[in-house]
Design a protein around this ligand. Sequence first.
Ligand code: PNS
Length: 163
Amino acid sequence: MSTLAVYPGSFDPLTNGHVDIISRGTRMFDRIVVAIAVNAEKAPLFSMDERIEITRAVFKEHPDVEVDTFDGLLVDYVERRRAQVIVRGLRAVSDFEFEFQMALMNQRLNPRIETVFMMPAEQYTYISSRLIKEVFSLGGRVHGLVPELVEERLREKRMARKK
Ligand code: PNS
């Protein structure tokens, strides 16, 4: 039986930390679905269409990575997709409390689904989508922290605001 893993999140925007976790996931599982949560962010910087397009473009050479969206409970989506595993990245101890709560709640909601935590490479442990947005909006450099396409789109958004 092939293992299908779901990597859920807001991905607003996709960072190199996410890319690293997805790449690691493809080495552990036969296929990984990057599942972008609808409505997870109240006022996202990137629209759902942009997030889908960016993630698909970044993984276009990887047939074992699929990009999809989901609404409602994550465990219901995972069950619908007949996946066995939820993948979440753990960067630091500060992530642990919330991730632990979510994993246990998901376990209670559906004991057939396992949450697997993966650590990104050390150089990505301090990156978060929230910090990327903040640093970029204040004029800081995010080069090397996000895929080039994300950097390009951030620049376009900045230009559009200036007009
Ligand atoms: O990138 P994020 O914001 O850390 O992702 C959080 C996400 C989308 C994975 C989480 O909020 C989620 O699973 N939302 C779907 C609704 C749900 O199932 N909530 C109960 C989780 S215990």
